[in-house]
Design a protein around this ligand. Structure first.
Ligand SMILES: C[S@@+](CC[C@H](N)C(=O)[O-])C[C@H]1O[C@@H](n2cnc3c(N)ncnc32)[C@H](O)[C@@H]1O
Length: 288
């Protein structure tokens, strides 16, 4: 398979793995076009609060997967471009846009290569770069990713990032620390899992069906652990000005630790009496 950047190995593997996983994820979701058409949204209040009013903004949705959040943002009046590595995800997003009647542009590419092309070819610029829920950890070079984001932001434009906190992957079901937080280098995993099935109703506000269970992804994947300091330093190094950093004691959509309990509104948090640690982290950073 042809790949399009120096992330060659990781990107080629992850493209295959995400193609398989994305099809499995979407099989759980009921009538997505109808849900969006009726005014449904897949967004959580937290990313909307970080992003502020997106109406009329040129919004770049980084690693947008199948475009449900992209189209929910477009329905709020943003002029959305979504970029993702996965063929399956981009094909799905384009169909969903057509079937829901909500307009957005979707481009398939390795993200760092796309950002560099966009910044140089004709100087495409955006008011908001939106990156949420499982984006940063797929990128081999966080400094390059941040430089790429800086390169496509218009002056005054903002990166809005909301991620699962990198600390969550260190704990086991009993709250013991079993994985190092400071994990260097590529992390080889069996394949992108069917986390939609594992999320209960957390990722299916449109309604849920069983889909193909159990799903076994035949394609292994590669991830990267970026600590809070790695991410913040990359943003500063790229020339972005950090306006906000927020830590949250709950996770949206996904039960990121097995000991978390359903706290309503498609969120998972700590059972009463359990000391809380951060489960998500948000960042807003501006290009001056
Ligand atoms: C957890 S999903 C992000 C979900 C997304 N925020 C949404 O709105 O549904 C991670 C996405 O990153 C994409 N991805 C992984 N590596 C990438 C890369 N190097 N370039 C572009 N996209 C990539 C995957 O294809 C996948 O769709």
């Amino acid at each position: 398979m042809k790949t399009d950047g120096p992330n060659e190995d990781a990107a080629a593997r992850n493209r295959r793995s995400w193609n398989a996983a994305t099809a499995a994820h979407n099989r759980h979701k009921l009538d997505q076009a109808g849900f969006l058409k009726r005014g449904g949204s897949t967004l959580f209040p937290d990313e909307l609060e970080l992003a502020g009013d997106v109406a009329g903004r040129r919004l770049l949705h980084l690693q947008c997967n199948s475009g449900q959040d992209s189209l929910s943002l477009a329905a709020l009046g943003a002029d959305v471009t979504g970029v993702d590595l996965s063929d399956e995800a981009i094909a799905f997003a384009r169909r969903l846009s057509e079937e829901s009647g909500i307009t957005a542009t979707f481009e398939r590419s390795e993200v760092c290569a796309w950002l560099e092309r966009a910044a140089s070819d004709g100087g495409r610029r955006f008011d908001v770069a939106f990156a949420t829920y499982g984006v940063l950890g797929w990128n081999e070079d966080i400094d390059r990713w941040m430089r790429g984001v800086h390169g496509v932001l218009a002056p005054g434009g903002r990166l809005v990032s909301l991620e699962f906190h990198p600390l969550v992957w260190s704990f086991d079901a009993d709250g013991r620390i079993v994985e190092p937080y400071f994990l260097e280098g590529p992390i080889h995993e069996p394949g992108v899992a069917d986390y939609v099935a594992a999320a209960g109703d957390g990722l299916t506000p449109m309604g849920r069906v069983d889909g193909v269970e159990p799903f076994e992804n035949p394609h292994p994947c590669v991830g990267f652990q970026w600590t809070v300091a790695d991410v913040v330093s990359a943003a500063i190094g790229a020339g972005l000005v950090i306006e906000r950093l927020v830590e949250y004691p709950y996770s949206n959509g996904a039960r990121v630790r097995p000991d978390l309990v359903d706290i309503g509104d498609r969120r998972y948090g700590f059972a009463e009496g359990t000391p809380a640690t951060p489960l998500m982290i948000g960042m807003v950073a501006r290009r001056d």
